[in-house]
Design a binder for this molecule. Structure first.
Ligand code: NDP
Ligand code: 2IT
Length: 448
C-alpha cells in the first residue's frame, strides 16, 4: 500500500467518530499524492503525514457560568494546537452548539495550510465551545467569556498561541476575553486578534475575510479574461464574512442578490442592501425576516431541509460564507445547470467532497477556503505585527497589504497546481503550496 493510503487508513481508524476531521484530511492527503509520491522514502521515514495529522495537543475543559436566572450552566471548551512549525498557533474560536472535538480538529488542521499560504509566520490552531450565544444577554455573554478565558489563558500568549474570532465570536466576545486575560495575567499583549480599535485591534480586520475573498475572486476572474463588473453573485451566510463579501462585491461592480442565516434566506433581485443587512445582523442581532420586512424588493424563504436555498438562484459567482457542508452535490448540479463560472469559499469547508469534484469536472473554477478565506487570518497576522511594534497602520496600508497577499495566494496556488501537472485544480494547488513550506520547516526542526 502506498504511504498516503496507509496514513489515511490509520487516521480513519484512530478518528472514526470525527467525520468532519476525516473529510478535511482526506481532501488534503488525496491532493498531495504527487508531492508525496515524489518524496515517499523521506516522508515515510520521517513520519511526516502521521505527524501533520496528529495535533501537538488538544485541550478540553469545563466552562461553568451563571445565567440571568441564577442557574449555573456548564459548557465544554476546546483549544486544539495543531502545528507550530512555521509560527505560533493561530486560529479562531467558534461558539456554536454544534461544536465538538472533531469540528475543532478539522478547522485546526485546515488552518495549518491556510496560514502557510498567507506567507506570514503563523502555525495552525483552533478552539471554541458548544456555548450558544443566540438569545443570551450581554451579561451572560460576558460571564461565559470570562469563565472560558479563566481556563484558556494558561495555554495562549502573544508568542505561543493567538486565538481570534470565528462563528459566534466577534468584537464583543474578543473584548470580554481580552479583559479577563489581562486581569489574570497582568499582561497587556497581543494574544488575541480581532480586538477593538482602541485597544490594539487592526483597521480592516473586520472587513478582511470578506474583502480578501473578493480580491482573490477578482484576480481569478481577471486571469481568465473576465471582470467582476455586472456579474450576479450568490452569497450564503449573513455574518462577518458574508456581509463584507457582499460589500466588496458591490464596490467591484458586481451584484450580490442573496444571503442566508440559520433559519432562512433572502433573494433580493435589486441587490442586497448592505447598510440594512448590517443594521439587522450587527446591531440588532436579529433574523433575516427583519431585513425582508424593511425591503420591498426582498423575498424571504424559510430554510427547509432538502431544498437548495440560495444555490437555486441563477448566478455567475457563488460564495458560500456560512458553515461547513452547506453546499452539497445536488446544489452543485443546480449551480452548474444555471451556468455558474466560479465558486470561491468564504467559509471553511462549505462544499462537500463530491460537490467539489462535480464543480471541477464541469469546468467551474473552484477555490477552497484555505486559499480564498485566508485574508482574515492574514490580517490577524498583520494585527500581531502592529501589536509587536506598538504602532497602528492606516486602513489603506492594511488593505493594500491584504490585496497583495490575496493576489499572491492566487498565483501561488495556480503555479503549484501547474508544477504538478494539475493546471486549474486550485484545491490541489492550495494544499501543495501550503504543505511545502510547513514540511520544509518540520524537516529542518528534527523529530518534534
Ligand atoms: P458569523 O457568526 O459572523 O456568521 C455566521 C453566519 O452563518 C450567520 O449568518 C449564521 O446564521 C450562519 N450559520 C452559522 N451556522 C449555520 C448553520 N449551521 N446553518 C446555516 N447557517 C449557519 O461567522 P463568520 O462570518 O465569522 O464565519 C462564517 C464562516 O467563515 C465559518 O465557516 C468560519 O469558520 C469562516 N471563516 C471566518 C473567518 C473570520 O475572520 N471570521 C475567517 C475565515 C473563515 P445566524 O445569523 O442565524 O447565526
Ligand atoms: O478560519 C479562520 O481563518 C478564522 N476564523 C480567522 C482566524 C484568525 O486567527 O484570524
Amino acid at each position: 500500500m502506498g504511504y498516503v493510503d496507509e496514513v489515511l487508513a490509520k487516521v480513519k481508524e484512530k478518528n472514526a467518530s470525527e467525520p468532519e476531521f476525516l473529510q478535511a484530511v482526506e481532501e488534503v492527503l488525496e491532493s498531495l499524492r504527487p508531492v508525496i509520491d515524489a518524496n515517499e522514502e523521506l516522508y515515510r521515514k520521517e513520519a511526516i503525514l502521521e505527524r501533520i495529522t496528529e495535533p501537538d495537543r488538544q485541550i478540553m475543559f469545563r466552562v461553568p457560568w451563571v445565567d440571568d436566572k441564577g442557574q449555573v450552566q456548564v459548557n465544554r471548551g476546546f483549544r486544539v494546537q495543531f502545528n507550530n512549525a512555521i509560527g505560533p498557533y493561530k486560529g479562531g474560536l467558534r461558539l456554536h452548539p454544534s461544536v465538538n472535538l472533531g469540528i475543532i480538529k478539522f478547522l485546526g488542521f485546515e488552518q495549518i495550510f491556510k496560514n502557510s499560504l498567507t506567507s506570514l509566520p503563523i502555525g495552525g490552531g483552533k478552539g471554541g465551545s458548544d456555548f450558544d450565544p443566540k438569545g443570551k444577554s450581554d451579561r451572560e455573554i460576558m460571564a461565559f467569556c470570562q469563565s472560558f478565558m479563566t481556563e484558556l489563558y494558561k495555554y495562549i500568549g502573544a508568542d505561543t498561541d493567538v486565538p481570534a474570532g470565528d462563528i459566534g465570536t466577534g468584537a464583543r466576545e474578543i473584548g470580554y476575553m481580552f479583559g479577563q486575560y489581562k486581569r489574570i495575567t497582568n499582561l497587556y499583549e497581543g494574544m488575541l486578534t480581532g480586538k477593538g480599535l482602541t485597544y490594539g485591534g487592526s483597521l480592516a480586520r473586520t472587513e478582511a475575510t470578506g474583502y480578501g475573498l473578493l480580491y482573490l475572486t477578482q484576480e481569478l476572474m481577471k486571469c481568465h479574461g473576465q471582470s467582476m463588473e455586472g456579474k450576479t453573485v450568490c452569497v450564503s451566510g449573513a455574518g462577518n464574512v458574508a456581509i463584507y463579501a457582499i460589500q466588496k462585491a458591490q464596490q467591484m461592480g458586481a451584484k450580490p442578490v442573496t444571503c442566508s442565516d440559520s433559519t432562512g434566506w433572502i433573494y433580493d433581485p435589486e441587490g442586497i442592501d448592505v447598510a440594512l443587512l448590517k443594521e439587522v445582523k450587527e446591531v440588532k442581532r436579529a433574523r433575516l425576516t427583519e431585513y425582508a420586512a424593511a425591503r420591498p424588493s426582498a423575498q424571504y424563504h424559510e430554510k427547509k431541509n432538502g431544498e437548495h436555498g440560495v444555490w437555486s438562484i441563477k448566478c455567475d459567482i457563488a460564495l458560500p460564507c456560512a458553515t461547513q457542508n452547506e453546499l452539497n452535490l445536488e446544489d452543485a448540479k443546480m449551480l452548474v445547470a444555471n451556468g455558474v463560472m466560479t465558486v470561491c469559499e468564504g467559509a471553511n469547508m462549505p462544499t462537500t467532497l463530491d460537490a467539489t469534484k462535480y464543480f471541477q469536472e464541469n469546468g467551474v473554477w473552484f477555490v477552497g477556503g484555505k486559499a480564498a478565506n485566508a485574508g482574515g487570518v492574514a490580517t490577524s497576522a498583520l494585527e500581531m505585527s502592529q501589536n509587536s511594534e506598538r504602532l497602528s497602520w492606516t486602513f489603506e496600508e492594511v488593505d493594500a497589504k491584504l490585496q497583495n497577499i490575496m493576489v499572491n495566494i492566487y498565483h501561488n496556488i495556480d503555479d503549484a497546481a501547474k508544477r504538478y501537472g494539475k493546471e486549474g485544480d486550485y484545491v490541489a494547488g492550495a494544499n501543495i503550496a501550503g504543505f511545502e513550506k510547513v514540511v520544509n520547516a518540520m524537516l529542518a526542526q528534527g523529530v518534534c
